[in-house]
Ligand binder design. Structure first.
Ligand SMILES: *Cc1c(COP(=O)(O)O)cnc(C)c1O
Length: 457
């Protein structure tokens, strides 16, 4: 125990390796299927969209993958990120629990997403790619990739969910500042976008639609453009493990070890990033940390979705993977935590949750913003609405520890700051925010549209 608040590592402690959960996971990877044939995909199919190095990482079972020196050089602009003990929050809650958080909001784009954006831009550059396409919801991913593409001299086209394009002009401006081109999806630039507009001219867009557009552009570019995804895939989760590797060292500096590790889950990358290195310690070194993913009741893929094969996008162009899903035609309500609106979940996280290694809770929107404001007042940082889901769960843990008069060590990932999300705060502060639970009926209906997959024995 120390009376320290900030636990900092210097550059020499920047991790040299990413950690691959599949080396130690008790559940094996499920096959990735071609959306047309429903047969396992070949590297050839994937190589239309991704450079070979990332495909190899996607299917690797190597425990540690070396972080290229060029990537570490860029990481050094903001990594290692600080770990803090939230002493003032503990006091405000009157809890005997110790609350720690890893602050990924200090990155140039303001979230954890540059951890993989930098790596993906680097591997694409190394493979001779000239331009990338991607989708973005709230704009966090788009601005992270725009930053990374600028660093490595790649062009970038971003298909941004239309409702966010309209509600979040500043994220769009940030992407444009880094040099990216940003389009409001659905656009009339792609076959799929035009088909959506023909049916629903006023479509607000969705992450699923935007993914379909970005994938179509890359797939029909004759190899000049590749596609980049900011979450869900194994290589993305892999790149995020720098968070947990640093946090392990920093908890050591604090002379404590977490009883529970918490992160919000959209596609699963920031949570896996902090949790998988701790899961390794559970699996290999007898630790017993609870790992809790937190999602909104509005998009409850882990807590209410079905664990099944489903398409990664709405147009059924992206590969089929086995995951917790709300259905690829999921039309999310316009909740403010845009980064948590994806219909699916990372396959490795889904499998580990299904097998009982990872817990999940869903929290309501108003309670989440209440937690965000409490955190901002106590610790000074205005969290991203996505990250506020983790804060809600961390506060609930701390209050539970208080009720049981129990010392509990809680670690959560602050995945980003909320400086571009003040419109959402305004909605909350003016009392206009509503709780919303995604109806079970809608999930049941979507489930009838899942691909009918029969795997060879
Ligand atoms: C994108 C985003 C998320 C959700 O994505 P994951 O892949 O689940 O991490 C969470 N927090 C912030 C700040 C984000 O930008």
């Amino acid at each position: 125990m120390t009376d320290q608040t900030r636990f900092l590592l210097n550059e020499t402690n920047l991790p040299k390796f990413w950690y691959n959960i599949y080396a130690d996971s008790p559940v094996s990877p499920t096959p990735v299927l071609h959306p047309g044939t429903m047969e396992p995909v070949t590297p050839d199919f994937l190589s239309v969209l991704f450079p070979m190095e990332l495909i190899m990482q996607e299917i690797s079972s190597e425990r540690y993958i070396e972080i290229p020196e060029e990537v570490r050089e860029i990481y050094k602009l903001y990594r290692p990120t600080p770990l803090l003990r939230a002493r003032r929050l503990e006091k405000a809650l009157g809890t005997p629990a110790h609350i720690y958080y890893k602050n990924e909001g200090v990155s140039p784009a303001g979230s954890h997403k540059p951890n993989t954006a930098i790596a993906q831009a680097y591997y694409n550059k190394a493979a001779g790619t000239k331009a990338l396409t991607t989708e973005t919801g709230a704009g966090q991913w788009g601005s992270s990739l725009a930053f990374a593409c600028n660093v490595f001299g790649l062009d970038l086209e971003v298909y941004m969910v239309k409702i966010s394009y309209q509600q979040k002009p500043y994220r769009r401006n940030l992407m444009e500042t880094y040099g990216a081109k940003v389009y409001a999806s659905p656009t009339d630039l792609t076959n799929y976008g035009r088909s959506v507009l023909a049916e629903t001219p006023n479509s607000n867009g969705s992450l699923g639609i935007a993914i379909s557009e970005a994938v179509e552009v890359a797939a029909t570019s004759n190899g000049t453009k590749k596609y980049s995804l900011g979450s869900v895939l194994n290589h993305v989760l892999l790149h995020q493990t720098v968070i947990g590797e640093e946090a392990l060292k920093q908890m050591d500096l604090a002379n404590e070890y977490p009883d529970v590790v918490i992160g919000c889950v959209g596609g699963g990358s920031n949570f896996a990033g902090i949790a998988y290195p701790f899961l390794r310690e559970n699996l290999n070194n007898g630790k017993r940390t609870r790992l809790v993913g937190v999602e909104p009741t509005a998009t409850p893929s882990l807590t209410k979705g079905i664990y099944a094969f489903d398409y990664g996008d709405t147009a059924k162009m992206a590969p089929i993977v086995k995951m917790h899903t709300l259905g690829h035609d999921f039309m999310p309500p316009g909740i403010h935590a845009g980064g948590l609106r994806y219909h699916g979940m990372a396959p490795s996280l889904s499998a580990l949750h299904d097998a009982g290694y990872i817990d999940a809770v869903a929290v309501k929107q108003k309670g989440t913003f209440e937690a965000a404001v409490m955190f901002a007042k106590a610790e000074g940082i205005v969290p991203a609405p996505e990250s506020a889901h983790a804060i809600r769960a961390a506060i609930d843990e701390a209050l539970d520890a208080k009720a049981r008069d129990e010392k509990r060590v809680i670690l959560f990932n602050l995945s980003g700051h909320g400086h571009f999300d003040m419109a959402a705060y305004e909605t909350y502060l003016s009392g206009k925010l509503e709780d919303y639970e995604y109806p079970a009926e809608a999930i049941r209906e979507s489930m009838s549209k899942l691909p009918k997959v029969t795997l060879p024995a």
